[in-house]
Design a protein around this ligand. Structure first.
Ligand SMILES: [Fe+2]
Length: 311
């Protein structure tokens, strides 16, 4: 440990000694690590859980779904009929997800309809509303400290003819891989000034203020691991000392290596509920004579929490 500790996320202070994500808690970390890797051996990441809208998540599968989340931080589900946006939100509430974020392109109900929009639509300047691919990121990495995105959910209404696959990388596995080989790099990634996203300015208007924060942090109260990251090369300022540069480089290498990545192309009526894992999307092509790709997205300040769902 060194002086960088002074700059490490202040949220660390609110987590008790049982958190596996605090670097000094080696025993808790090893126990968590062993359990996570065991679950990942036992379970299949892309297993699809059936969902009946009226009855919700099947009780008989709840234990396995909890394990699925612990192992991969995401669950794939398929509804028997097409969900409307309110049913989509109701499903997410069963995972304890209630505190919705709102972003620039969201609809009134705070659900975002991800689809290609016309060039005259202001949203067309943002990649999610085009058919272009999206590289590795976590959602809302530009959000301020009090509005960290800890989970999101997707639901496929219509899929594209070609492309549109999602690629996923559990952010807890990123933490685990780096902690196993170089915990000092995690110190850098947990510094409050590791990553700065400059302000989003249109004309003379500041749409979003500049935001500086850590890559990894622990959320106050729950101590869930949060990750802020984007692989976009522009409009990001990374801390540039040697340790920070090595840490960033290691994250990039691990993502490029691709071993722990999971790829999935959601079919109609399928969705993902996940903590804010690293993810991206392939470019896609909508087919002639078929409905264009439409995916609902909801972002949450909560992390998945089944106890909260059952309360
Ligand atoms: Fe995203």
């Amino acid at each position: 440990m060194n002086a960088t500790l002074d700059h490490m996320s202040s949220a660390l202070n609110s987590c008790d000694e049982n958190s596996p994500f605090m670097l000094e808690n080696e025993g808790a970390y090893q126990a968590w690590r062993a359990r996570k890797l065991r679950y990942r051996q036992e379970l299949t990441a892309t297993k699809v859980y059936p969902l009946i809208p009226e009855s919700g998540l099947p009780d008989a599968m709840l234990d396995q779904i909890r394990k699925q989340v612990a192992a991969f931080n995401f669950v794939v589900f398929e509804s028997t009929v097409q969900l409307g946006k309110s049913e989509f939100l109701a499903l997410n509430r069963q995972f304890g997800l209630q505190d919705l974020d709102i972003n620039l392109g969201a609809d009134e109900d705070k659900v975002t309809s991800l689809q290609v929009v016309s060039e005259s639509d202001k949203r067309s300047q943002y990649i999610p509303y085009t058919s272009r691919g999206m590289n590795w990121h976590t959602d809302g990495y530009y959000n301020p400290d009090g509005r960290r995105i800890n989970a999101f959910a997707l639901y496929c209404v219509h899929q594209s003819e070609r492309g549109g696959d999602n690629f996923l990388f559990d952010h807890e596995m990123m933490y685990l891989l780096i902690r196993d080989e170089a915990p000092n790099l995690l110190e850098a990634l947990m510094c409050d000034d590791m990553m700065c996203v400059p302000a989003n300015v249109e004309g003379n208007r500041v749409i979003r203020a500049a935001e500086t924060g850590p890559v990894f942090s622990l959320q106050p109260g729950t101590c869930a691991l949060n990750m802020r990251y984007t692989s976009r090369p522009h409009n990001i300022v990374w801390k540039s000392d040697r340790q920070s540069a090595s840490a960033l480089n290691r994250v990039r290498e691990i993502l490029m290596d691709g071993k722990t990545m999971i790829e999935i192309k959601l079919r109609e009526h399928q969705g993902i509920v996940c903590n804010n894992i690293l993810h991206g999307r392939q470019a896609f092509h909508n087919g002639a004579g078929m409905p264009p790709r439409l995916v609902y997205r909801a972002r949450y300040y909560d992390a998945i929490n089944f106890d909260k769902a059952l309360a």
